[in-house]
Design a binder for this molecule. Structure first.
Ligand code: BGP
Length: 477
């Protein structure tokens, strides 16, 4: 392998989300969001799919996002550590319910606006550019109660108001924006991705694709608003990426791999190319789905496409049409993946495939011919603190190193990549499991699965490693 090369001005940094880091879930008049209803363990998994028992937190349950790592109160200390590592960017999300606690308040919440002003100012003090996601898994609960969340067209209008509010407010501070985090998650974890709750007898696919249409129009309207309000900003989409490999060269497997990729590409085709692809129209016909669209929608989608393709990459996926092979599914992949016999897995069953980063980046580039932004990548692992108080996370360094090297290969293949924000540069709550034990950080946080701990921050071994990687612009991994 040739040595790593990155363009000058490559945006090195990390990515977190409001709902997994901030905590302070009721502070400053914040309203409840869907993550405030997610406990840990099995129950969480079932709720994330849309089986939601109650739309209020239950007495006696532990909700990890309520306090998370209390970034709301610790952000200065945390940003100082990110600055020490040399971050050029930090990806964060704005919690809609901090700005509009019920999602449709007459005026935005002053305390919420101020929190993000202070946060962005603190970042800019260190020359760290904020990269801001408008929606990262946190629909206000009041909108789920009143409208059924993204099933309703009403959400498009309310999201537009919210987007315009924050774009206008932070236009001098934020130049990189993103609309919906992992928009394709709506198909796999519909409650987490879009606040969708299902009742018996619901036509789940119909509801999902109608909600998807609403998010796609809302995304295009946010792009429009961003271009109008902040002409020197860039706004992108965000895909949970990772290509599907056919298990064999049987054309049936190959075709299935293509179709599975298209389940995800569908969203980005609309956001980046501005229209529904033919295969999606066929899918709707074949499935008997009828998506309600307003007369202006096609024009909105066509005129307001994204500037870059943001994506998360953790692992590749594998698919087969053979029922025998299908018995060997990986436990940790919400996309439904067969175990790949060539690849190892993390403790959570996530396949480790650095080469897949290069493959995925090339495929996205070939398809869209727009700059890419790797806005999530990382290794969730259980870390041990030694009696000396050290965390020697060589496994994490090893994972990141190999992925960054493959990203460099992709760049040398001609793929334009704006930057790399690894996931969870400081330990935060895991989205899929709700655990604190599944850690991604360069910075350890003393907090456990039950919410106990001092919240103390401790740099891990990977802290120094990432600092060096950034300092050398990726050439010293
Ligand atoms: C993505 C999400 C993140 C994040 C990450 C890691 O799906 O955008 O919010 O948490 O995956 O997943 P987990 O926390 O489940 O390990």
């Amino acid at each position: 392998m040739t040595s790593s090369k990155f363009p000058e001005n490559f945006l090195w940094g990390g990515a977190i989300a409001a709902n997994q880091a901030e905590g302070a879930y009721l502070a400053g008049n914040k309203g409840l969001t869907l993550v405030d209803l997610l406990p840990t363990g099995e129950k969480r998994r079932s709720i994330m799919k849309g089986n939601v028992p109650a739309l209020t937190p239950l007495e006696g349950e532990f909700y990890p996002s309520h306090e998370a790592i209390d970034f709301y109160h610790h952000y200065k200390e945390d940003i100082a550590l990110f600055a020490e590592m040399g971050f050029k960017v930090l990806r964060v999300s704005i919690s809609w319910a901090r700005i509009y606690p019920t999602g449709e308040d007459a005026v935005p919440n002053v305390a919420g606006l101020k929190f993000y002003d202070d946060l962005f100012d603190e970042l800019l003090k260190y020359n760290i550019q904020p990269v801001v996601t408008l929606a990262h898994f946190d629909v206000p609960v009041a909108l789920i109660q009143k409208y059924g969340s993204w099933r309703s067209r009403k959400m498009v209008e309310l999201f537009e108001i919210y987007s315009k509010t924050v774009l206008e407010r932070y236009k001098d501070k934020v130049k990189y924006w993103m609309t919906f985090n992992e928009i394709n998650m709506l198909l796999h974890l519909p409650f987490l991705g879009a606040g969708l709750v299902f009742q018996e007898g619901d036509n789940v696919k119909q509801i999902q694709y109608q909600a998807a249409h609403h998010q796609l129009v809302a995304s295009a309207l946010a792009v429009k608003a961003c271009h109008e309000l902040i002409p020197d900003a860039q706004i992108g989409c965000m895909l949970a990426a990772g290509s599907f490999y056919p298990y064999t060269c049987n054309p049936e497997d190959v075709f299935q791999g293509m179709e599975k990729d298209r389940e995800s590409y569908f969203f980005i085709d609309v956001q980046s190319r501005g229209e529904y692809p033919g295969y999606a129209k066929r899918f709707f016909r074949d499935q008997g789905l009828s998506i309600e669209m307003e007369p202006d929608d096609a024009g909105i989608l066509k005129s307001h496409t994204v500037d870059y393709i943001g994506f998360s990459y953790y692992s590749s996926r594998t698919t087969s049409t053979d029922p025998e092979v299908q018995k060997n599914m990986t436990s940790g992949n919400v996309f439904g993946s067969i175990a790949n016999p060539y690849l190892a897995k993390s403790e959570w069953g996530w396949t480790i495939d650095p080469k897949g980063m290069r493959i995925t980046a090339n495929q996205l580039h070939d398809r869209y011919q727009k700059p890419l932004f790797v806005v999530e990548n990382g290794f969730g692992a259980h870390d041990e603190v030694t009696p000396e108080g050290e965390i020697n996370d060589d496994y994490r360094i090893n994972y990141l190193k190999r992925h960054i090297a493959e990203m460099s290969e992709a760049i040398q293949d001609g793929v334009e990549i704006l930057g790399y924000t690894s996931w969870g540069p400081i330990d935060i709550v895991s989205a899929s499991s709700g655990e604190m034990r599944k850690r991604y950080g360069y910075i350890y946080v003393d907090r456990d699965n039950e919410g106990q701990g001092t919240m103390k921050r401790i740099p891990k071994k990977s802290f120094g490693w990432y600092k060096k990687a950034i300092q050398s612009n990726g050439s010293d991994l």
